[in-house]
Design a protein around this ligand. Sequence first.
Ligand code: PGA
Length: 246
Amino acid sequence: MKYLFCNWKMYLDYDQSMALVDQVAKAGVPADKLQVGIFPNFVALHDVCETLKGSNILVGAQDVSEMSQGAYTGDTAATVVKSIGCRYALVGHSERRHVFGEKDVDIRKKMEACLSAGLVPILCVGETVEDKENDKRQYRLKKQLFSALEGLVLNGGSIIIAYEPVWAIGTHIPCDPAEADDVQGWIKQEVKQLLGKDIPVLYGGSVDAENVVSYVSRETVDGVLVGTASTNEKTLLPLIGAAARV
Ligand code: PGA
């Protein structure tokens, strides 16, 4: 089974989020084919969970606090996200790292917070265009993976990795599927060394209905994390349809 995770970022307001989730729920997702996950904004999170309760579509938060409870204005604890029915949380998304300045050390704490709350963290990693041009892709990914995963105690929980090259996010310049295949094969080996087990690795960055099959048909690509193309019924429903046919 492949994953299709939809990161709605800050594109949709509450009404738009609820309208889109209704359409996805109505259209349905073929059971056993595809695990669809919706990551709406925090304002819509609870009601999206309620709408999808009992369906085979799961829900996640776009971020969580590294803290568990207390005087942390504006943050939301992983335990609170879990308590409303979420299964997942994105951790270390490129925009959190590069726009909001999250550091590897913060991301590690968020991984731990998710696992102790019973959420499945989706650890996002990826190199910048400068890294790529300076032959530092593996260096960057290694650093991100090591600091998030070395010695991490899963305690019966699970995690997912999303390989999202920063230069491919929101640019309409996706990573060539063969190149993503190579990088993801390498990531899988690195992660196995760090955690001693096989972990699913998704690809993200300018995925749409036209190119999704070229990713999810590969063995090293366990699914996709989609931003822009998941925020609109006209692009999301064909995306789900195409991915489910693989
Ligand atoms: P994109 O975003 O599909 O718009 O490139 C992907 C992501 O940021 O997860």
